[in-house]
Design a protein around this ligand. Structure first.
Ligand code: OXD
Length: 314
């Protein structure tokens, strides 16, 4: 059986896969041309959503695509939708760095850090009105493994945590109240910080528009570490300009890289990071371990822990 990693990956990480599965042939293709030259005999393709090339799905022996990212929007082409080619994701390894990233954004707003960074550039000594996260309400929209970690981090800072999930049957550590999508409006109204950690699906596409922004408190902060399309970006730009909400911390955008012409760059109440919330020096080691767990299950004919449901979309 042949496996193709279509990504930049170190020898050390590839060796981990080879050592665990010595009878496999494991290829590395750093460019699309290399991937196209190697895919014909491969049963498994490991890749990113950002550089995924749909043509590779036509490879005659391909049975399984593994995404190194958590979000798999963009992968739902006919062979995957029909279940002919299986799809797995890397959900489960993003929680810690992303929760720290969200905490950093919340603290940057509550403690004025990013405004102070601007003042420092201007050699300006001016005290800003600051606040505490302690006692504030954090609404986490999307309670998968990322949302759960964000909720626990928020709770550790003394925040009251509200969680929104499609099927909210379960209780999660640190969450004061779980609600279904029907409770979204209530969460938007009550939260001081709203964090989006949902997968992008037809249901979540533009789930935050003008109406939802108007429900939020005028000093609340909206944080998006999901996908840009979850927010109607034009409506958000307007809301930030009109101070309908207090600010936004955005790691993801409708178009990435965020075009230089985007008005978001200029807005004083907007903090921008370049889709990096999940980055960590441990990322690839964790991703390779997770892939190996799925590979083990695949080879033993057992259910793969990260199998994506092509109908549900995550
Ligand atoms: C992901 C991401 O989906 O980092 O993994 O955005």
């Amino acid at each position: 059986m042949e496996v193709l990693f279509n990504t930049k990956i170190s020898d050390e990480h590839l060796e981990r896969v080879r050592a665990g599965f010595p009878d496999l042939t494991v290829h590395r293709a750093e460019s699309i041309d290399e991937a196209e030259a190697l895919i014909a005999n491969c049963e498994v393709l490991v890749t990113w959503w950002s550089n995924f090339v749909p043509d590779l799905l036509q490879a005659p022996k391909l049975k399984w695509v593994h995404s190194l990212a958590a979000g798999v929007d963009g992968f739902f082409l006919p062979p995957i939708k029909s279940g002919e080619v299986l799809l797995t994701n890397s959900s489960g390894i993003h929680g810690l760095p992303m929760a720290e990233h969200v905490m950093a954004i919340m603290l940057a707003f509550s403690r004025g850090i990013f405004r102070y960074a601007r003042q420092q550039k201007e050699r300006r000594w001016e005290r800003l009105r600051l606040s505490e996260l302690n006692g504030k309400t954090l609404g986490v929209i999307g309670m998968g493994s990322i949302g759960q970690e964000i909720a626990q981090h928020g709770a550790a800072f003394g925040m009251r945590v509200l969680g929104v999930k499609r099927n909210p049957g379960q209780q999660y550590p640190g969450v004061d109240r779980m609600v279904s999508m029907e409770g979204l409006d209530m969460v938007l109204k009550e939260s001081d910080y709203v964090v989006l950690s949902v997968p992008l699906t037809p249901e979540t596409d533009k789930m935050i528009g003008r109406r939802e922004l108007e429900l939020m408190k005028p000093d609340s902060i909206l944080i998006n570490v999901a996908r840009g399309e979850v927010i109607d970006e034009a409506a958000l730009i307007e809301a930030l300009r009109e101070n309908i909400i207090g600010g936004a911390g955005l790691d993801v955008f409708e178009t990435e890289p965020l075009p230089e012409s985007s008005p978001l760059w200029e807005l004083e109440n907007c903090l921008i990071t370049p889709h990096c919330a999940a980055l960590s020096p441990q990322y690839m080691a964790r991703a390779v371990d997770l892939f190996c767990r799925n590979l083990e299950a695949y080879r033993n004919g057992q259910p793969m822990p990260n199998l994506v449901d092509p109908v549900r979309g995550y």
